[in-house]
Structures are given as structure tokens and as C-alpha cells.
Design a protein around this ligand. Structure first.
Ligand code: GLV
Ligand code: MN
Ligand code: MN
Ligand code: MN
Length: 411
């Protein structure tokens, strides 16, 4: 039994077109008309296969294929269709379309799996709109993503209202929780989004674990004053202090971390935000990721110490507020083993690698046996319109997914 790579590539392209915006970018922001369009197209493909489609209380689109014994725990596949701004064609979409391809191949071959199968399009994985992602997978795992309904997006729209227009309320979300007994395992196919496979010319990655992610809101408070008449020596410039801190991040991370340790300031705002006023406050996000929770704590301590020293030097103050924590998440031993067995049976070259990016699997693995399959991202580029994966790698990934499902169906 073999997956049809051409069909997968053509569907990736069709979903990509659902993100087409007037400004020439391809963005399928969560809860946007483009996102809805992509999901409807996806559901139409699943329905043609005779799968039943429903949307759960967390907005996840769940497409189900009956098993020989439909009371057995389901084999779950899937990922997300939402993208970052001006995102790529593969991130998330491959896991959804690949899952569907497994079901379509089964149907064509007349193979009825013992277990029921569900392909899930998770809600709002990226989270760039309201600052926190993994919304749908959190719901399925019975965890609240802890984002306030009053959070505003870049258009000033309130999260609660946006979610409601999509049929989701924070109060109802946890009703999407799946009974762990009803799930055999979850398998997510994804592009690597890093350059390990690409640099080593390796076809497939079997994911060992997903990096933990800790996020913080940092505010540096100085003194807003006249940009023309305040001498350099008399300033308490919040942005200059923040810039000094940000500049130190690579050094601190390299000194106390390892090859997987990363820290990023991805958003920054100053007040009063005027060309002729010294910034009185500077607020920015800080994110730390690593495969080891102890390293993440150490980096947090060292970065906070560095921030304290720099603020002292410039006579400004700061607050450092943790906003979210996700521990590093190892994949399930037996699902990972089934993936490795599948790759070996197919005779495809592979390596076992960690994931620096997070995925719905980060949450799913806390409740259900979970495994991930990676295929190479050209030059390691992702979250970009230049994201690219070779057709042959896509086909390999789908075949590994297919073979893994066949393996776990017999377990
Ligand atoms: C999401 O893809 C992330 O890793 O930030
Ligand atoms: Mn993704
Ligand atoms: Mn992404
Ligand atoms: Mn992701």
C-alpha cells in the first residue's frame, strides 16, 4: 500500500490558495475567513471519502473513519491549517492532508482498519493572534489555554467575541476533552522547520521530544522626557536599557545553554511612541526554549540577573512576569518505536531528532501516546513564504505515516 504523493502535493497547493490575501501574502490566521475556507475544503475531501465530520467544543474539525470495531480506541492523526502572517504552504497542513491521504489510500485499497481513525484539524495552533496557541489541542486534552477573553488582536478585536463567532466559548472548551481510553495514539506528520535533516541530507526525522517553551512579559520603566532638551547624561531611556538587555541574550544563552537552547524577543512596544519623546516604558515578550527544563530555569535566572544589572546601570526599573510554561515533552516510547519500525520497513534513511518548534503534539503527548514524523525543510526555512519541502520528501513522510498507522492498528 502506497500513499499518492501527487494528490498530497496538489491538496497542499489548494489549501495554500485558501490563504490568498489582497496584499499578496498567503495568511490563514486562526478564526479568519481564509481559515474557515480551508477547513470547509478539507471537510469536503473527507466527506467524499465517507468520513463523518464534526466540530467539537474547542473548534477542532474531527473527520472520522469507522473501524472494523468502532468501539476500539481511535488512531488519531492531524495537525493545523492556521498559519502565521505570510506563512508557508506546509507547516501544519501536511499533517492534516497526510492524515487524509492515509484514509484515502485505505479506502482505495479496500483496507478497513481495526481501529477507528480520526483526522483532526486543530484550532489555532500558531497563536500569533492572541499570544497563545495550541488552543484546540489544549481543549482535547482538557486543559484551558489560559488566555483572557478580553485579549485584543492587532485589529482590536476581542478574543472572546472572535471565538464566539466561531462557536467556541472558554466556558465550553473543556467539553472537547477526549477520554484517554478512547484514544489509541496520536501521530503528527510535520515539516521539520529547522535544518538538521536538510543539512545532513536525511529523508525522515523520528522526533524524540519537543522543546519546552516558557514565555514572559517584560516591562522596563524609565522616564519619558523631551528628546531635544534632555542631555544624554540626564536620561532614563527605557528602550536603551531594553536594547542593552536584548543585546546580551545571545551571549547569556550560549554561555549557560546548549545547542538546543534558544531565547527570543519577538514583540516590542514603547510609550509614548513619539519621534520626539524619550521612551518612558518599553514592554517586550521574552521566550526561552530548550529540551531540558533545568536549563530553561537557569537561563531564566541568568537573563533576569542580566536585566537587573542593566536596569541598574541606566537608573530604570523593570517587571518580569511569567505568562506561560510548557515543559519539554518526550514522545511516547511505543509510538516512536512504531514510527522507527515503519521507516526501517520502508528502507528510508532517517535520524532521531528533537523538535525546536512546538506542535499540537506538545500538548497531546501529556495525555495520549504521541509520536511525530518530520520531513526536511529546505534550508531550514519555515514560518515564511519561502518554506519548501521536496515532493519526494512529502511522499516519503506520508508513506511513513501510512505504514505507522498500519503497524499501530495491529497493536
Ligand atoms: C509554533 O509553531 C512555534 O513553535 O512557535
Ligand atoms: Mn505547525
Ligand atoms: Mn507554525
Ligand atoms: Mn507549531
Amino acid at each position: 500500500m502506497k500513499a499518492n504523493g501527487k494528490r498530497v502535493v496538489s491538496r497542499l497547493e489548494e489549501i495554500y490558495q485558501c490563504g490568498k490575501k489582497e496584499d499578496g501574502t498567503f495568511t490563514r490566521m486562526a478564526f479568519s475567513p481564509e481559515d474557515v475556507k480551508g477547513r470547509k475544503l478539507f471537510a469536503s475531501w473527507a466527506q467524499k471519502l465517507g468520513m463523518t465530520c464534526r466540530i467539537d467544543e474547542a473548534g477542532n474539525l474531527i473527520c472520522r473513519m469507522a473501524g472494523q470495531d468502532d468501539s476500539l480506541p481511535a488512531i488519531l492523526m492531524g495537525s493545523h491549517l492556521d498559519t502565521v502572517p505570510d506563512g508557508g504552504k506546509y507547516d501544519g497542513v501536511l499533517g492534516c492532508v497526510g492524515g487524509l491521504e492515509v484514509c484515502e489510500t485505505f479506502k482505495e485499497e479496500g483496507y478497513v482498519p481495526k481501529h477507528p481513525i480520526e483526522v483532526i484539524v486543530f484550532t489555532d495552533e500558531e497563536g500569533f493572534r492572541f499570544g497563545k496557541g495550541l488552543t484546540g489541542s489544549s481543549g482535547i486534552c482538557g486543559q484551558n489555554p489560559e488566555v483572557s477573553d478580553s485579549e485584543l488582536d492587532i485589529y482590536g478585536e476581542e478574543r472572546g467575541k472572535v471565538m464566539q463567532s466561531y462557536g467556541i466559548t472558554s466556558a465550553n472548551m473543556l467539553k472537547a476533552a477526549k477520554d484517554p481510553e478512547s484514544v489509541h495514539c496520536f501521530i503528527e506528520l510535520h515539516v521539520e522547520q529547522g535544518a538538521r535533516l536538510y543539512k545532513t541530507h536525511t529523508s525522515v526525522g523520528v522526533v524524540s521530544s519537543i522543546a519546552g517553551v516558557n514565555r514572559y512579559d517584560v516591562t522596563v520603566t524609565g522616564e519619558a522626557n523631551h528628546a531635544g532638551s534632555t542631555a544624554m547624561a540626564d536620561r532614563k531611556d527605557a528602550l536603551v536599557a531594553a536594547a542593552g538587555f536584548i543585546n546580551n541574550i545571545p551571549e547569556v544563552t550560549t554561555e549557560y545553554g546548549n545547542e538546543f537552547t534558544v531565547a527570543t524577543v519577538g514583540t516590542i512596544k514603547v510609550t509614548p511612541h513619539s519621534v520626539n519623546v524619550i521612551p518612558g516604558t518599553c514592554t517586550f515578550s521574552l521566550e526561552i526554549r530548550d529540551q531540558d527544563a533545568k536549563v530553561m530555569t537557569l537561563i531564566e535566572q541568568k537573563l533576569q540577573a542580566s536585566l537587573g544589572d542593566i536596569c541598574k546601570k541606566y537608573g530604570v526599573s523593570y517587571t518580569f512576569v511569567p505568562t506561560s510554561f510548557h515543559e519539554p515533552a518526550p514522545m511516547s516510547k511505543w509510538v516512536k518505536g512504531s514510527i522507527e519500525q515503519a521507516v526501517k520497513e520502508l528502507g528510508i534513511d532517517y535520524s532521531v531528532i528533537p523538535s525546536g518548534a512546538f506542535h499540537d503534539s506538545l500538548i497531546m503527548t501529556s495525555v495520549f501516546p504521541t509520536g511525530m514524523i518530520f520531513v526536511p525543510s529546505e534550508k531550514g526555512i519555515s514560518h515564511s513564504r519561502y518554506e519548501f519541502t521536496e515532493d519526494g520528501d512529502i511522499e516519503n513522510g506520508c508513506n511513513v505515516l501510512l505504514k505507522t498507522v498500519l503497524n499501530v492498528d495491529n497493536m
